[in-house]
Design a protein around this ligand. Structure first.
Ligand SMILES: O=P(O)(O)O[C@H]1[C@H](O)[C@@H](OP(=O)(O)O)[C@H](OP(=O)(O)O)[C@@H](OP(=O)(O)O)[C@H]1O
Ligand SMILES: Nc1ncnc2c1ncn2[C@@H]1O[C@H](COP(=O)(O)OP(=O)(O)O)[C@@H](O)[C@H]1O
Length: 345
């Protein structure tokens, strides 16, 4: 397979991946380390400037001015702090997750490939593995970026079955939004179960009512990231946020609609999509002042392969056991709302 990358080691790496669907992680990692040594040196250099350990929302990063390659901007709208490094040549490193790696390997051979960041294999940095992928902001100029979490459920079914300790951090996040939300028992424990927290977030936002929610966006480089959408639930509220993101520019809305309709068409026939429960995955919206727009699927950390006898239509409402995720239902609603944002002709 030929890859869109100027990194020779990376090409070699993916050739290895695509030849063998199952491989030994340990030998894969050491191969990676050896073949990408020069890249890792560059990443080591970049680490001094990386957003490691910064707060969870909206982390910006750019490469040093004397970096030999084109300077890159990167913005983390939401997600776990400390999971990313900006790589060289338009790449991004995300802390390794084997499930996500498996998804990217399959996606590189699926019709969805143009709708996800190109995947370049695993690299190792300070004994930590990373999945290496394209930085989707690379070809934009001072882009506006929005993260929409897709689907009507944000936790895996299997998480319901695992009995976990109630969490104090989630209790704190809950009362920060609504001090009345915890039950008497949760208040006494000062802790909530993760699935209870996730379900509360779903019903408070548009996840339950529309099958997607806006996690955050930033319109221009000199402004803050907006992430205060935990209570953005109704269709009208969502539309208002989308208007703010596109600055009511119909040209941008058209661009996004075209892309989302193409994505929907491909999702409806994708082998990968039919055979996976896609939970917690986002659509990353990117546009810039030139009018360029793009949307990609990102975050496959909680995307799980289904047993061979099971397929999903991604629109049927979820009941425990059917594993439906509401992804396409959410995409239908998102397309509908964007369509209603266009001026009447
Ligand atoms: O958005 P807030 O309200 O902060 O809640 C977050 C998100 O739901 C994360 O999901 P995602 O990664 O899909 O954005 C989830 O990560 P995972 O479920 O992926 O782990 C976090 O769980 P913890 O990582 O367990 O804290 C949870 O605390
Ligand atoms: N390939 C990418 N290109 C550009 N930005 C990305 C890419 N992947 C993730 N991001 C940025 O990082 C954020 C968090 O990504 P995500 O994969 O959802 O992380 P987490 O698994 O920690 O939730 C996104 O909202 C987006 O801003």
């Amino acid at each position: 397979m030929t890859l869109q990358s100027s990194l020779p080691g990376v090409e070699l790496l993916l050739l290895t991946c695509s030849c063998s669907r199952t491989f030994d992680m340990a030998s894969f990692s050491s191969f990676t380390t050896a073949s990408l040594l020069s890249e890792v040196c560059i990443f080591g250099f970049l680490m001094q400037n990386s957003p490691w350990k910064k707060p969870k929302s909206c982390v910006t990063s750019s490469l040093l001015p004397n970096t030999p390659t084109k300077p890159q901007q990167w913005l983390q709208v939401v997600g776990h702090a400390g999971s990313f490094h900006v790589g060289a040549d338009g790449t991004l490193l995300k802390r390794f997750c084997e499930g996500e790696q498996q998804c990217y390997l399959r996606l590189m051979e699926d019709t969805l490939r143009p709708f996800v960041p190109a995947y370049h294999g695993v690299v190792q940095l300070d004994e930590q593995d990373y999945n290496m992928m394209d930085n989707l902001l690379t070809h934009f100029s001072m882009p506006a970026v929005m993260d929409c979490k897709m689907g009507s459920r944000t936790y895996l079914e299997e998480e319901l079955l695992i009995s976990r300790e109630p969490r104090k951090d989630m209790y704190e996040k809950m009362i920060a939004v609504d001090p009345e939300a915890p039950t008497a028992q949760e208040r006494a424990q000062q802790a909530v179960l993760k699935t209870r927290y996730m379900q509360w977030r779903e019903t408070l936002s548009s996840t339950t009512s529309l099958g997607f929610r806006i996690e955050g966006f930033r319109v221009s480089a000199n402004e803050e990231c907006h992430t205060n959408f935990k209570r953005t639930r109704s269709r009208d509220q969502v539309m208002e946020v989308l208007h703010n993101f596109v600055e009511s520019n119909p040209h941008i809305v058209w661009g996004y609609l075209r892309r989302l309709k193409q994505l929907r068409q491909v999702l409806e026939t994708s082998d990968f999509f039919r055979a996976h429960e896609v939970v917690g995955s986002s659509l990353l919206f990117v546009h810039d002042w030139t009018g360029r727009t793009g949307v990609w699927m990102i975050d496959f950390g909680k995307t799980a392969a289904l047993p061979p006898h099971l397929t999903l239509d991604h629109r049927t409402p979820w009941v425990e056991g059917n594993r439906e995720d509401g992804y396409l239902w959410g995409l239908d609603n998102l397309i509908d709302i964007l369509t209603d944002m266009l001026p009447l002709t």
